[in-house]
Each structure stands twice: as structure tokens, then as C-alpha cells.
Design a protein around this ligand. Structure first.
Ligand SMILES: Cc1cc2nc3c(=O)[nH]c(=O)nc-3n(C[C@H](O)[C@H](O)[C@H](O)COP(=O)(O)O)c2cc1C
Length: 337
């Protein structure tokens, strides 16, 4: 039987396992990544960060600025990649060169974001419309990583292509690898699909069989069984959880258990609440209590999905405005811990 949970090397970077936390803007901040690390994430990505904001902000590690908060390693995180987006190869290289003092283990290039504001600039998924510029972008970032960041690996995250008439992930992946990319992640949807429809796992398998660097699969990973199915059916080196993480950072522990022993224990309601409250406290340290409480509304709704009486509970959770109030809401619901 093939061992599906296994160590992995991305260029010079050695990871203990192949269960990754995907970049998810608005979700995978430091607090959530710290929680996922506790649950066993082997590698994680920051939310996408604009190369221009890195260059223009003059942010420094620990200055508490918005850019610093986006770039910083999470508590306990061993290995993480900073994900950059931008349209101009030279500016991407310049931004990458500034990242050394945050100590990332890798730099990832976003070539999948479907947001019009980003695409209009020629960045995100729009980069795939121009494989030559995509290759130049990887080359510039690899050069910067070589010169300023101790030769850390550079990876890229692709979609299938812009739309169903322009599927070109293979061409883009080859251009990226030729330019020095040490890993390619593939979200099995086109930009036109956004997040709808089913992700095409066959494309992930095709890519994994054709390029000489590890391929990380993305799309429709919600359960430990999904991770097993993607790893076994596509032959990809790693999988990255995205929407499946919402309210379920436990997926790292449960998937690892399932892949290594064939069974897993789902988290109890108490564990979910305790974890959510810990996330809230970590986030409050980063962004202040008020902002953290606001941000945690969506997370608490996700953590309590499937609870008996969950709808009534969520009606109250979306009004949580202090850590004490959140604790009180859970106590009043008989879920005090
Ligand atoms: C709200 C949201 C934000 C996302 N932000 C990013 C991002 O910043 N960078 C990126 O490369 N992908 C981003 N993604 C894409 C995910 O990393 C992942 O590839 C995609 O959701 C497919 O996986 P899933 O079907 O398991 O959710 C985002 C997805 C969602 C739903």
C-alpha cells in the first residue's frame, strides 16, 4: 500500500508532511495559522500580499503595521510561505528582496486570484494569460530569493487557466519550472469558474505526472477522505485545505490520523469552542479586541456548524463584541467551558 502521508522536499526546504494550509484571504491570518499549526499543518501560506504594498509601505518586522501583520510568521509555525501578487516581474523581485527579515521558508507567487481589481492590473489569474511574463516573474523572484533570502524556494499557485477556452496550466507550470519554481500548486478550476462547480482533479494528476517538481493539489478538500482520494488518485505530492478549514482547523489532525491509521476522531463541541476562543485571544493580541471580535463572527459561525440549536446560537454570535461577551454567549447556551 502506498504511504500517503509523507515528508516532502520543496527545493532545499524539508517538510515533515504533506498536509498544507492554503492561502485564503480573510481567513488565514496569523491567529488562524497558529491554530492550524497546533492541529498539525505541515506548511502554510499567508494570505495574498500585494508586492506594491510591501515596496511602498516600508514595513518592518514587528512594527505592527497591516503589512507586517500579513507577513509575520504565526506562533509555533515552523515553515510558511509568503504569497505575493503583482503584475510586474521587476516589482515582484523587488518586493521579494524585502521579505528576508520576516524569515519566510519560501515565497509563493499568486497566479490564481480571480478578483477583478487584481486581474485588471495583470496580476493573480491574469498572469496566466501571459505565460512569458509569468515565467519572468518567477525568474525575478527566484533571483531575489537567491540573492537576499538565503536561496529559499519559490513556488507558484495556478488555476487551470483563464476560462474553459484557455486552459494552459501545463504551459504555465512548465514556464514556472524552467524559471526555477520548486513547487507548483494547482487549483483545479478556471478563473471563470471562481469557486463553483467541481474542481478538476484529473488535471492535477496530469500535472503531477508531467513536471519534475512537487505538485500540490487544491480544490474540494473538505474531509480526511477527500485528502486520501486526492493524494491517491492524482499522485500529487501534497494537498492544501482551503474552504474545508473554515471552522475545521482540526482537519490536519483528523486527516493525518486517517491517512496513517485509517480512522479518526472528530472534535467534540467543547473542543471546537475552546479552539475558537483561543483563536479569538490570539487575534486580539494582533489586532485588538474589538476588531478580533468582529473578525471572529464568521469563524464562530463556522465552528458551531452542525451544533444542536446552532442557528439560534449563531444569531447571538454574530453580535459578539468582546471576549467576555463571547464566553457569556457560550455559557448561556449551556456550552460554557
Ligand atoms: C475566500 C477565499 C479566499 C482565497 N484567497 C486566496 C489567496 O489569497 N491566495 C490564493 O492563492 N488562493 C486563495 N483562495 C483559493 C484557495 O486557496 C483554494 O485554492 C480554493 O478555495 C480551492 O480549494 P477549496 O475548493 O478546497 O476551497 C481563496 C479562496 C477563498 C474561498
Amino acid at each position: 500500500m502506498k504511504i500517503l502521508y509523507r515528508p516532502l522536499a520543496i527545493g532545499s526546504l524539508s517538510l515533515d508532511g504533506n498536509l498544507f494550509l492554503a492561502p485564503v484571504a480573510g481567513y488565514t491570518d496569523r491567529a488562524f495559522r497558529a491554530i492550524c499549526t497546533e492541529q498539525g499543518a505541515d506548511f502554510s501560506f499567508t494570505e495574498l500580499v500585494s508586492a506594491e504594498s510591501v515596496i511602498r509601505s516600508g514595513a518592518k518586522p514587528g512594527d505592527g503595521s497591516v503589512v507586517d501583520r500579513l507577513l509575520r510568521k504565526a506562533e509555533g509555525e515552523r515553515h510558511y510561505a509568503i504569497q505575493l501578487f503583482g503584475a510586474d516581474p521587476e516589482r515582484m523581485g523587488m518586493a521579494a528582496a524585502l521579505l528576508g527579515s520576516w524569515g519566510p521558508s519560501a515565497i509563493d507567487i499568486n497566479a490564481g486570484c480571480p478578483v477583478p481589481k487584481v486581474n485588471k492590473l495583470g496580476a493573480g489569474a491574469a498572469l496566466m494569460k501571459d505565460p512569458e511574463r509569468l515565467g519572468q516573474t518567477v525568474e525575478a523572484v527566484v533571483k531575489a530569493a537567491g540573492a537576499y533570502l538565503g536561496k529559499i524556494p519559490v513556488s507558484i499557485k495556478l488555476r487551470l487557466g483563464w476560462d474553459s477556452c484557455s486552459i494552459n496550466y501545463m504551459e504555465c507550470a512548465r514556464a514556472a519550472v524552467a524559471a526555477g519554481a520548486a513547487m507548483v500548486s494547482l487549483h483545479g478550476r478556471t478563473r471563470a469558474q471562481l469557486y463553483g462547480g467541481r474542481a478538476d482533479w484529473d488535471a492535477i494528476g496530469e500535472l503531477a505526472s508531467q513536471i519534475p517538481v512537487p505538485v500540490t493539489g487544491s480544490g474540494d478538500l473538505y474531509t480526511p477522505r477527500d485528502a486520501e482520494n486526492m493524494l491517491s488518485s492524482t499522485g500529487c505530492a501534497a494537498v492544501m485545505f482551503a474552504r474545508g478549514l473554515m471552522g475545521n482547523p482540526f482537519i490536519f489532525k483528523t486527516a493525518k490520523s486517517y491517512l496513517t491509521t485509517g480512522s479518526f476522531t472528530p472534535p467534540s463541541m467543547e473542543e471546537r469552542i475552546r479552539t475558537g476562543l483561543r483563536q479569538l485571544e490570539l487575534l486580539a493580541k494582533d489586532t485588538g479586541e474589538k476588531h478580533a471580535c468582529f473578525e471572529m463572527r464568521k469563524h464562530f459561525c463556522a465552528y458551531t456548524k452542525g451544533f444542536p440549536g446552532g442557528a439560534a446560537l449563531r444569531d447571538r454570535l454574530v453580535h459578539g463584541d468582546s471576549i467576555a461577551r463571547y464566553r457569556e454567549i457560550f455559557r448561556e447556551a449551556g456550552l460554557g467551558i
